[in-house]
Each structure stands twice: as C-alpha cells, then as structure tokens.
Design a protein around this ligand. Structure first.
Ligand SMILES: Cc1cc2nc3c(=O)[nH]c(=O)nc-3n(C[C@H](O)[C@H](O)[C@H](O)COP(=O)(O)OP(=O)(O)OC[C@H]3O[C@@H](n4cnc5c(N)ncnc54)[C@H](O)[C@@H]3O)c2cc1C
Length: 251
C-alpha cells in the first residue's frame, strides 16, 4: 500500500496555470503555452508529463496526460503540444479553444521516463502523440551518443525540425490510413539492427504497437530494463495510459 506522500509524489503537485499563448506548430498539432506567477518549484526533467484536469459538463473533470515539450524557467512558460486527432474529445477541444488568460488546473511534473545516461545509443519510436516526448529527450542527449528516431506520421506536414548534439538518424514513417494498431512501426523495428554497445530503447505511442515492439526487442536480446515502453493511447480508451513493461510482460 502506497503512503500518502508516495501517492502525492506520483500524482504530481497541483498547479493553477493560465494560457499564455496558443498556436499551431503544424496543421495537426497545437502548442499551448501555460504560465503562473510563480513556477520556481516546477522542476521537470526532459519529457516528463503533466495531467490536465479539464472541466466537463457532467461535473467530473477529464484528466488528460500531455508531455512537457519544453519548460523555460526564466520566462515561466510550459509548452504542451496537443495532437488534433478529431474535434469532440476533451483534450482536443481544450487545445482548439484555448485563449490567453484561460485557467487550467494541472498536476505535475510526473512520469518515470528519463534519458539513460549510461547508453551510447538510443532507439526512439512513436507516433505523433509521442513526438513531443521523443523530441525533448533527443534534444537533451550529449554529443557522444547516437540517436535512432522513428516517428509515425499521417501527413508530410506533421514533420518538425529536430536539433541535438547527438549523432541523429531521423526517419519519418508515413502511414497509409488512420492512426492506431498497425504493422508500420513494428515492421520497421523488426528490420532495425541493434547497434553494438550499451543501448536503450524508448517505445511510445499506441498501446498494441508499443507492446509488439517491446516483445520483439526482448526476443532480440535487449534486456527488459533497457526498454522504457508506455501506451499513450489506444482506440476506445478514454484518457489515462497503459503500462507496457515488466508488469504487463508477466501477465
Ligand atoms: C505520458 C503521456 C504523455 C502524452 N503526451 C502527449 C502529448 O504530448 N501530446 C498529445 O497529443 N498526446 C499525448 N498523450 C496522449 C493523450 O493523452 C491521449 O491521446 C488522450 O487520449 C487525448 O485525450 P482526448 O481528450 O483528446 O481523447 P480521449 O477522450 O482520451 O479519447 C477519445 C477517443 O479518441 C481516441 N484517441 C485518443 N488519442 C488519439 C490519437 N492520438 N489518435 C487517434 N485517436 C485517438 C481514443 O482512443 C478515444 O476513442 C500522452 C499520453 C501519455 C500517457
């Protein structure tokens, strides 16, 4: 049983934030900048997340996870990039309608994912929902490392520039249809030759795709503790996330 303090640490600290700006980064991704009068205690690691509590008509807030794409402590600005995957869901509606001065309650920063500082190479895979996390991690890599990045996108216009001190191999995979379960990323990972040396894989995005890639990498010999994998969404799932790790391997 978790103590109250541990539960609070995992859920993240509560904050009341205001929208400072809202703009499209690409046609399918909207960047909302959030601020508060004092964020001196807000200290995220690269690619940690916040959970927005979005008020709904039925009274129960919708809780939605979004990656901290960037944090500027001097300007006190938290950037979140929201994939516009439809019109009706609470996260997308919030991003589309956000205007300067809107108030939003959040919890965070939270999340266990972090760069493996002992790795000489890193493999990142994910769809658009994982792009903010993957980009934040890759941007934080040192020059001595190599990053293999595979991003599934729906349109050419989803591509975004990525800069890093690491040696970067960036590949976009343009899927033929709608986002969701599919072979595109799984086939790509199955063709990927694991480099020599100490590596680490970050496998994110739609849950069934993440699970299949994780299983494959384990079969290929990558140790379980050298893979961070998390299901960011799946068809029919409302908010939350799916554990795709040793706990779920054991089931
Ligand atoms: C740790 C973490 C970090 C995340 N970071 C980001 C981020 O930075 N940016 C981001 O956009 N998302 C991110 N996500 C994913 C995001 O939380 C989910 O996509 C969430 O479901 C969006 O909420 P919603 O209100 O739009 O849709 P919901 O109300 O949750 O779902 C409505 C319907 O839409 C479907 N759906 C949800 N997401 C998608 C999608 N991408 N494409 C197609 N159908 C979808 C659901 O399966 C459901 O059927 C993250 C998730 C986690 C766990």
């Amino acid at each position: 049983m978790l103590s109250d303090a541990e539960l609070e640490r995992r859920r993240g600290k509560p904050w009341t934030l205001r929208v400072a700006s809202a703009r499209d980064v690409t046609p399918n991704m909207r960047r909302i900048q959030l601020t508060a009068s004092d964020l001196s205690e807000f200290r995220p690691r690269a690619a940690q997340e916040i959970v927005l509590q979005l008020p709904q008509a039925d009274g129960e807030p919708a809780r939605r996870h979004y990656t901290i794409r960037a944090f500027d402590p001097a300007a006190q600005l938290i950037d979140v990039d929201v994939v516009l995957h439809g019109d009706a869901s609470p996260g997308v509606r919030w991003a589309r309608e956000a205007k300067i001065g809107d108030v939003v309650e959040i919890r965070g920063p939270r999340g266990r994912m972090a760069v493996a500082t002992d790795a000489s190479w890193h493999l990142f895979t994910g769809d658009e929902t994982a792009l903010p996390a993957i980009y934040a991690l890759v941007e934080s890599l040192p020059a001595s490392t190599e990053a293999f990045v595979f991003i599934e996108i729906g349109a050419e216009s989803d591509k975004q520039p990525l800069e890093t001190a690491a040696t970067l191999h960036l590949t976009y995979l343009k899927r033929p249809g709608h986002p969701g379960p599919g072979r595109l990323m799984i086939d790509t990972v199955e063709k990927f030759t694991l480099p020599a040396g100490n590596g680490f894989a970050y496998i994110l995005g739609e849950t069934s795709n993440v699970r299949a890639q994780r299983q494959f990498l384990i079969e290929r010999g990558l140790p379980r503790d050298r893979i961070y994998s998390e299901g960011y969404w799946r068809p029919g799932r409302i908010g939350g996330h799916d554990h795709v790790d040793d706990r779920s391997d054991a089931r």
